[in-house]
Design a protein around this ligand. Structure first.
Ligand SMILES: [Zn+2]
Length: 326
């Protein structure tokens, strides 16, 4: 029997499906996209996933049996093979994804949270140094994340671990999209940055800000990129927002350092495109919140894989689950 050194990954997004075939070194041999068509409901989404996987296999002249396995990343949680809690994809909740796909494809099938799998990809293929323990924050519209413990993705008892965005960094603080006050997502996500900028523009001194000029007086047009362009130009209001972002992010990161004693913490997602203005400030704040010894042994770095991390991580899950080597 020949060694199965290929795996297929599927990343289910609110707009697009992605499918990739990778080898064990993480090299992407094929990457294709299709529309998810969330609005058409569960059976259409499932049928779109099946078609895309079949098309990718056909293009590479493979059958499912040639693969080590198939992995799938999805918003929400996967508990006992069933998708739970994907608020932006009504109808997807309750889908028995593992059973459905195992019936369709003659390969071991695994599924997990999409951001957790992005962290796995980052761990296996994004970072150069071999580390055993890593925590990732994906900072975009919301904040997600993933935890790698002893070389394997840590999913918790019910597949719900790694909710890095909903760790409280200010008791009773700003209201988060989850309904709780004080989550780091309410301080450091793109949504939070936008909200804080809007509030700032409404203050009497707000119109002096470059942010105000960039949105031409329409606060609803503000984005985190506009805020960070202004911050880099030295705008006082934008820099004030960056302080709030970085201080709260550092509180969250310090918690992960204390709990996991990781060698590496990775920051990724759209907001991190702002770069060193965030990274360096978080690094400056960390000693105020973190024990010196674990902090001195932990590196804080950027995520390297970009937007394909999710689909690569889905395939990496198949390798992880079918291999004794982490
Ligand atoms: Zn929250």
């Amino acid at each position: 029997m020949k060694k199965k050194n290929l795996a297929l990954g599927v990343d289910v997004g609110g707009t697009n499906l992605k499918c990739a075939i990778i080898n064990e070194a993480g090299k992407v041999l094929l990457l294709r996209k299709a529309q998810t068509e969330v609005e058409k409901g569960r059976s259409q989404i499932l049928s779109n996933i099946k078609s895309l996987v079949h098309a990718c296999l056909k293009e590479k002249r493979l059958s499912a049996g040639d693969l080590a396995g198939i992995g799938l990343g999805t918003p929400g949680y996967v508990v006992d093979g069933v998708i739970l809690g994907s608020p932006n994809m009504p109808g997807w909740h309750g889908t028995p994804i593992v059973e459905t796909m195992s019936r369709e494809f003659a390969a071991p099938f695994f599924a997990s949270n999409d951001v957790t799998l992005a962290a796995l990809a980052e761990y296996r293929y994004g970072q150069d140094a071999a580390v055993r323990n890593m925590v990732m924050y994906a900072i975009g519209t919301g904040i997600g994340g993933g935890i790698i413990v002893d070389g394997r993705v840590y999913e918790g008892s019910f597949g719900m671990a790694g909710e890095m965005g909903h760790v409280i960094v200010a008791a009773g603080g700003r209201l988060c999209g989850c309904g709780v006050r004080g989550c780091v997502e309410a301080y450091a996500s793109a949504t939070a940055i936008k909200n804080m900028a809007r509030e700032l523009l409404e203050k009497p001194e707000g119109p002096k800000s470059l942010i105000h000029r960039a949105v031409k007086g329409e606060p609803d047009k503000v984005t985190s990129k506009i805020v960070y362009d202004a911050a880099k130009a030295g705008d006082a209001a934008a820099l004030e927002i960056n302080e709030v972002v970085c201080r709260h992010l550092a509180v969250a990161v310090s918690g992960s350092i204390s709990i996991f004693n990781p060698e590496l913490i990775v920051l990724g997602g759209g907001v991190m495109q702002a770069g060193d203005i965030i990274m360096n400030r978080v690094r400056e704040y960390l000693p105020k919140f973190t024990l010196a010894d674990p902090l001195s042994r932990c590196r804080l770095d950027y995520a390297k894989l970009g937007e394909d991390a999710g689909v690569i991580g889905a395939a990496a899950l198949a390798f992880q689950m079918t291999s004794r080597i982490p």
